[in-house]
Design a protein. Structure first.
Length: 188
């Protein structure tokens, strides 16, 4: 049996994380925190708290970004580019030092009506972090590209940020497929 840990914000917690365990099937044991992993810095701190639960994990699938790339007060994004990169690379280094394979899911887009997150910022942060993570050996799961292919169908209109049932289904399938593909690398 392969143990997988799913880390991430509400896109995972009330989104794809609901369906991934069933899609992976009995050959996989899945741990995911009951907690929303929120900001990258929150996830970084959480790695200490979740350490025992993550013991034996071989594959980590992780996302962070929407909380970091949020502008609630009109005075700028919560997390600067430099702080985001520093925190994300620290997370990657910790995960890579403890687990066989690490997958990062790009931050998903929002609708144009979202008042606090903008796709231009999300794209900028994704473009900033993805090459740096790839250099370290982190595998990328491009959920941004998947969801942006049909934002109207995949992002809820009531909050302009979370996944619809269809969005959950397509993201869960892509996450499970990516984890299965990476699990085959463990056998090589």
């Amino acid at each position: 049996m392969i143990k997988v840990t799913l880390l991430g914000d509400s896109i995972r917690m009330i989104g794809y994380g609901l369906e991934v365990p069933a899609l992976l099937g009995e050959a996989f044991e899945v741990f995911q925190p009951d907690d929303n992993c929120r900001f990258a810095k929150y996830t970084l701190r959480g790695l200490f708290d979740w350490d025992n639960d993550m013991a034996g994990t071989q594959i980590v699938h992780w996302n962070n970004g929407l909380w970091d790339i949020c502008n609630l007060f009109g005075d700028g994004l919560f997390t600067s580019e430099g702080e985001y990169v520093e925190n994300m690379l620290r997370i990657a280094d910790i995960l890579l030092s403890k687990y066989d394979k690490v997958i990062f899911a790009t931050t998903t887009p929002v609708t144009e009506q979202n008042k606090h997150n903008k796709n231009a910022d999300i794209e900028k942060y994704n473009d900033l972090i993805v090459p740096l993570l790839e250099e370290k050996g982190v595998i990328i799961n491009d959920l941004y590209k998947l969801v942006s292919s049909n934002i109207d169908q995949y992002i809820r209109k009531d909050d302009n940020i979370h996944l619809t049932d269809e969005g959950i289904a397509v993201c869960a399938k892509q996450v499970a497929d990516k984890i299965k593909a990476v699990s085959r690398l463990l056998e090589e």
